[in-house]
Write a protein that binds this ligand. Sequence first.
Ligand SMILES: Nc1ncnc2c1ncn2[C@@H]1O[C@H](COP(=O)(O)OP(=O)(O)OP(=O)(O)O)[C@@H](O)[C@H]1O
Ligand SMILES: [Mg+2]
Length: 216
Amino acid sequence: MVKICKASLKYASGDGLDRISLEVRSGEFVYLVGPTGAGKSSVLKMIYMDALPSEGYVTVGGYDSRDISDNEIPFVRRKIGIVFQDFKLLEDRDVFENVAFALRVTGARRKDIKRKTLRALGEVSLPHKSRKMPHELSGGEQQRVAIARAIVNDPFILLADEPTGNLDPKTTIQIMNILDRLSTRGTAILMATHNYELVNSSVKRVVSIKNGTTLN
Ligand SMILES: Nc1ncnc2c1ncn2[C@@H]1O[C@H](COP(=O)(O)OP(=O)(O)OP(=O)(O)O)[C@@H](O)[C@H]1O
Ligand SMILES: [Mg+2]
C-alpha cells in the first residue's frame, strides 16, 4: 500500500535520506523512531510526495514517485492524512471549518461536507466543540481536531509526526487510543516519535532510523 524502495533524498545541505526501504500495509501501526535529525520527518514528507526521491521510489496507493505528474499530487494527498506536533490548525476558522476545509477543497457537496465533518469530529469525541475557535481549545483538543481533519477524506494511511510531542502523559494516552482505534478499523498509521517510553511499552512494529537510513 505504501512502499519506499531504496529511496534517497538529498537536501542542498548534503543531509537527507540514504536508500531507505519501508513498507506499511493496510491497517498496520508502525512507529518510526530515531534521534533528532535522523530523517523521520523526511520519510513522511516523501510518502506525502512533498519531496520526491532522487534515487529509488515511493509508491502510495496506485501512485508511483517515478511517474507521478504535478496534477496527480493533490489526489494522492487526499488518500493520506497528516498530523503534526504543533497541530497546524487554521486559527481564523472554527473547529467545524478546520475539518470541513479538507473536504471543500475536493469540491465535495455541501450535504456530504456536513455529514463527513460531523462524523470525523465524532471519531475524536468533539462534535460539541464544532463552533469553538482553535485558541479556545486545549492542546489535546486541538490535536483531536487535527486528527479529525486528517481522517475526514477516509485516508488509507495517517502520517503522524510527533503527534504527542506537545502533550502531557494523560493526553498522550488519549491521542494514542484514538490512533489505535483508527488502525484497528483499517487505517494504516506511521507515527514518528521520540517518546521511547511509549514505544517500549507497546507491541507495535518499530522502525528505527539513523543518519538517513533505516536500521531494521
Ligand atoms: N528542507 C530542508 N533543507 C535542508 N536540510 C533539511 C531540510 N529538512 C531536513 N533537513 C535535514 O535533513 C536531516 C533529516 O531531517 P528530518 O527533519 O527528517 O529529521 P527528524 O528525524 O524528523 O528530526 P527531528 O526528530 O528533530 O524532528 C537533518 O539533518 C535536517 O537538518
Ligand atoms: Mg522531525
